[in-house]
Design a protein around this ligand. Structure first.
Ligand code: BV8
Length: 232
């Protein structure tokens, strides 16, 4: 039985941790999807302008979840959770691979593909299939207001208070598989540094916030993540 470390840990993950499970990252294809910039599709304005396009973008990604499995990096994080005094996993990812690997203390700051909500009554519910503009809300009965429970560009990420509190109190901040290009997540390393935490980047290559990290290990997540957490 591994001893419990006194260390308080916050981990941030991005699309790179799911790459070896077969889910493409945002930077793949230069951030384009069907020749649209992701920043153009993942916005409330895009949904108002062309809901069919936005539903298609998320329906395809939601269907993809059936075809992929968590990888060794997801499993290593799930196993690490019980080795520390406190361990919070904050993910930018909207896939369900962390929970399927066994992670429990998990925040999906940018929402989840397997959830939806109604813009009229704000009722949130699970969504495992396809959404479209004719779907009817089971709570208020209205049609056309159901959208993916995803935080789009220009929208406030979820549970920011809890995330900030954890960052300001942690001893170790580990960023995994993210380009560090989207805020406020990209600013977390600075907060951790100010809190006096050790800050580490585990990524395929240096991200945009490279210079803010005190140390880094570059390589595929399925290699560098298990190696890093095996040291404790
Ligand atoms: C907000 C859900 C304000 C959608 C996503 C300054 C401060 C604050 C905001 C801003 C700011 N400047 C600009 C903004 C606005 C904007 C922003 O940051 N824009 C960018 C383009 C500059 N931010 C926002 O709009 C955010 N909201 O600020 O609200 C507010 C305030 C008050 C009231 C209301 C609102 C909301 C942003 C959330 C957008 N939603 N996701 C969806 O999934 O469809 S963002 C999306 O892209 C991801 O979730 C992620 O967050 C982001 C970046 O993706 P990554 O995960 O990093 O993936 P990427 O492909 O970029 O990189 C992959 C990395 O993995 C690479 O480094 C690669 O090397 C590595 N890799 C690849 N393979 C492997 C690997 N690593 C290891 N192993 C491998 N095998």
């Amino acid at each position: 039985m591994k001893k419990i470390s006194k260390t308080k840990v916050v981990v941030l993950t991005g699309a790179g941790i799911s790459a070896e499970s077969g889910l493409s990252t945002f930077r793949d294809n230069n951030g384009l999807w069907e020749n649209h910039r992701v920043e153009e599709v993942a916005t409330p304005e895009a949904f108002d302008r062309n809901p069919e396009l936005v539903h298609r973008f998320y329906n395809i990604r939601r269907a993809n979840l059936q075809t992929v499995e968590p990888n060794l990096a997801h499993v290593a994080l799930a196993e690490a959770e019980s080795q520390f005094a406190s361990f919070l996993l904050v993910t930018q990812n909207v896939d369900d691979l962390h929970e399927r690997a066994g992670s429990e203390n998990l925040i999906h700051m940018h929402g989840e593909l397997k959830k939806k909500f109604c813009v009229h009554c704000h009722h949130k519910s699970e969504e495992l299939g396809m959404l479209d503009v004719n779907a009817q809300c089971h709570n208020c009965g209205r049609v056309g207001g159901l959208r993916p429970d995803i935080v789009w560009f220009g929208e406030m990420p979820y549970q920011m208070d809890a995330i900030m509190a954890a960052l300001l109190d942690c001893d170790l901040f580990v960023s995994i598989g993210t380009s560090g290009s989207v805020y406020p997540a990209a600013g977390f390393v600075e907060l951790a540094n100010r809190a006096g935490a050790e800050t580490v980047e585990l990524n395929l290559e240096p991200g945009d916030q490279q210079s803010a990290f005190q140390s880094a290990h570059y390589g595929p997540a399925t290699k560098v993540v298990p190696e890093f957490f095996s040291r404790f």
